[in-house]
Design a protein. Sequence first.
Length: 159
Amino acid sequence: MNRTNFKIGYGYDVHRLAKGRKLILGGVEIPHKVGLDGHSDADVLLHAVCDALLGAAGFEDIGHRFPNTDPKYKNISSLILLKETMKLLSLKKWKVGNIDCMLILEEPKIYKHIAQMKKNISAIIKTKEISIKATTSEGLGFVGQKKGCVCSAVALIYK
Ligand code: MG
């Protein structure tokens, strides 16, 4: 019987906001007074996407695959981590059906950058079925206090 195999995965990530860092989301550098802190470029959105894809395909999480103790990942573009993630999925013949991301940050507004983020991601995961949504935390908690940024993502893969 020729039956399509589906798996879903979930990813979640948090990064601190810090002065002197770039704000890079979905591979787009967004002009802002603070940026995301981390070992790589701290692209919280792509990290959540990588973890959703890795989880769906049954791989270990992003921290295991691309450790923040490894100098080769220092300041690396997370688009490269997404490419590496897709190489792993391809080894098992998985393709991406769709992804849906929810970014939670207080500022700045990112809607005008979403088209470019989708373009960056779709070039790597080979689907245009990408949703990127954003909301604020209404001033509550560490996101509301502008100390950090959260992103969660789900992914459907198939073969
Ligand atoms: Mg991260």
